[in-house]
Design a protein around this ligand. Structure first.
Ligand SMILES: Nc1ncnc2c1ncn2[C@@H]1O[C@H](COP(=O)(O)OP(=O)(O)OP(=O)(O)O)[C@@H](O)[C@H]1O
Length: 530
């Protein structure tokens, strides 16, 4: 997977940016040299005519330097922003549902990692290209005056532009490897402190947990300080090499005084292009890690996307099973026939596999054995299962928005009257404009549950799945709400519940235990229990 792939046109743009950058730096170099030559030549009091070209040259070079630098920034950023746009789209497409990346990791890969890659071009690739062009030009011009001076300049530039940045990369990469476990621990502790804040306060353990996190921060800071110290020493070494080389060029240049001054100042200015590479090298390990993470996203096989349009909705589970890695099977050898209009109840103790079975039907979990079919085809062949099957899942998300916006997800074109009707069916009485808060925190548990139920009622799918939909409500109210919802449902219903009395009038009751479906006779003796 080639992360750095750019079109031929963009490659040319990149080369143009490097040439413009080199032009700007060479203009700066020539400006410095010409100014030095002009000053010293003027001190010899030649006729003014002998200085005219240099005077015009100084002015022209000053203008050229600014203009070219602006043009280089424009060209470089144009390529990088185009390339980042394309890369972000590719990463986004690789991250959409079905991918194994989630949460904060997903945001990091899409935002920070892709952003870090722009530094690879703007702060590393382009400056290194410009430094190489300027370095070669400076050495070539110096060589016309003195070969030893040119050799000294070439050696100095190589030490500053190659050896010292390489050492900085090594030091920073080793520090990053050493602090990686500490950073992971810090991230874990920070998440614990935020998400478990209330529990830690209640248990009086907040200070202790905070102290542990602070300890980890101190460890990382100490390591960062050591790395920064070493990098700063290497940067200082770069400046010393610059000084040493400049003196060497001055001593070795076998030319007139103005010409020697010009070469010496040009050599000094040449280092100004190369020295920033030492600082930029600190980011290289980080950029490499970001590139590896983005590459992993792009290399992940795309989630298979079906093209079939779902029909009326005859679901079948054939010997279906699910086993999570390293765990006992969550579900095994389950058969279920679910033709349109059938009502099936699922009973069973906690952990029996009820939710897992619903996830198989919803297509959010793939079977690790057996098959799950819709109208004779595996669910993976369908483009949009939600047209046929949806409902109130146990862990359904309530968005940080208004009640109305949460409901409209199920039916974007619904009128307020339709929304209110769905709410009435689900026994949900809050105003449509009411804010739900982050994760629905501004609602009570029972209100969240009924909002999710109202959303399921509004969607009115051909196959309605309900996972313990009234578990958090007081029994009498819950029973009434469920009765209403079931009376309103027109098609197939799959209801998970712990209470067998909810399943009166159902066509089939499947009782699960330890992931297996109990035979009807055994199931009859064991009503659902939690
Ligand atoms: N992502 C997962 N990774 C590992 N194990 C899982 C995962 N999801 C579920 N399990 C396990 O699979 C088994 C069945 O879980 P499931 O959620 O289907 O039970 P359930 O019958 O719905 O329970 P409850 O009534 O408590 O909701 C449990 O032992 C559970 O720990």
């Amino acid at each position: 997977m080639n992360l750095w792939a750019v079109s031929t046109r963009d490659t040319l743009r990149l080369v143009r940016a490097a040439l413009l950058g080199a032009g700007a730096e060479l203009a700066a170099l020539a400006l410095m040299a010409t100014a030095a030559w002009l000053l010293l030549r003027a001190a010899e009091r030649p006729p003014l005519g002998a200085l005219t070209v240099a005077i015009v040259g100084v002015r022209t070079l000053a203008l050229l330097r600014g203009g070219l630098r602006y043009a280089e920034r424009l060209a470089g950023h144009e390529v990088v922003l185009r390339w980042l746009g394309t890369l972000r789209t590719r990463v986004y497409q690789a991250l959409v549902p079905g991918s194994s990346f989630s949460g904060g990791d997903l945001v990091t890969r899409l935002v920070s990692d892709v952003d870090a890659l722009q530094d690879a071009v703007l702060r590393w690739l382009l400056p290194a290209g410009v430094a190489a062009i300027v370095g070669v030009a400076a050495v070539a011009v110096t060589a016309t005056a003195s070969a030893p001076a040119a050799a000294a300049l070439a050696a100095g530039l190589l030490v500053t532009g190659v050896l010292l940045p390489w050492l900085v990369v090594r030091v920073t990469a080793r520090a990053a490897r050493e602090t990686a476990p500490k950073r992971a621990e810090l991230a874990e502790r920070a998440v614990e402190l935020v998400t478990g804040h209330r529990e830690l306060v209640a248990a009086g353990a907040l200070a202790e947990h905070r102290a542990r996190a602070t300890g980890v921060v101190a460890g990382i800071a100490a390591s960062e300080r050591a790395t920064s110290g070493t990098s700063a020493l290497l940067a200082a070494a770069g400046v010393l090499v610059q000084l040493g080389t400049t003196v060497a060029v001055a001593l070795l240049a076998d030319a007139s005084v103005p010409w020697t001054a010009a070469l010496t100042l040009a050599a000094m200015a040449g280092f100004e292009v190369v020295l920033p590479l030492i600082g930029a090298a600190r980011r290289v390990p980080e950029i490499r890690a970001s590139a590896a993470r983005v590459r992993a996203v792009l290399a992940a096989p795309p989630a298979p996307k079906g093209t079939r349009t779902p029909g009326p909705g005859h679901f079948r589970l054939e010997n279906a099973g699910v086993r999570h890695p390293g765990r006992a099977p969550a579900l095994r050898h389950v058969d279920l026939d679910l033709p349109p209009g059938k009502r099936v109840g699922i009973l069973g103790p906690s952990g029996a596999g009820k939710t897992t079975l619903l996830r198989l039907l919803l297509g959010s979990q793939s079977p690790t054995e057996g098959r799950v079919l819709l109208d004779g085809h595996p669910l993976g062949e369908y483009a949009d299962l939600a047209q046929v099957i949806s409902g109130a899942e146990a862990d359904a998300h309530v968005f940080h928005a208004t009640v109305r916006e949460n409901l409209l997800l199920a039916k974007p074109a619904a009128t307020d009257d339709e929304l209110r009707e769905a709410c009435a069916v689900a026994g949900f009485g809050l105003a449509l404009d009411r804010e739900t808060g982050p994760d629905g925190d501004a609602l009570s548990g029972g209100q969240r549950q009924r909002l999710v139920l109202a959303r399921a009622v509004l969607a009115a799918p051909p196959v309605l799945v309900l996972d313990e939909p009234v578990e958090g409500l007081d029994p009498a109210h819950g029973d009434a709400v469920l009765k209403n919802v079931l009376a309103h449902a027109k098609g197939t219903v799959v209801l998970v519940t712990h209470r067998p009395e909810h399943l009166d009038g159902f066509d089939e009751v499947l009782t699960l235990e330890d992931g297996r479906a109990l035979p009807a006779s055994a199931a009859g003796r064991r009503p659902g229990r939690s």
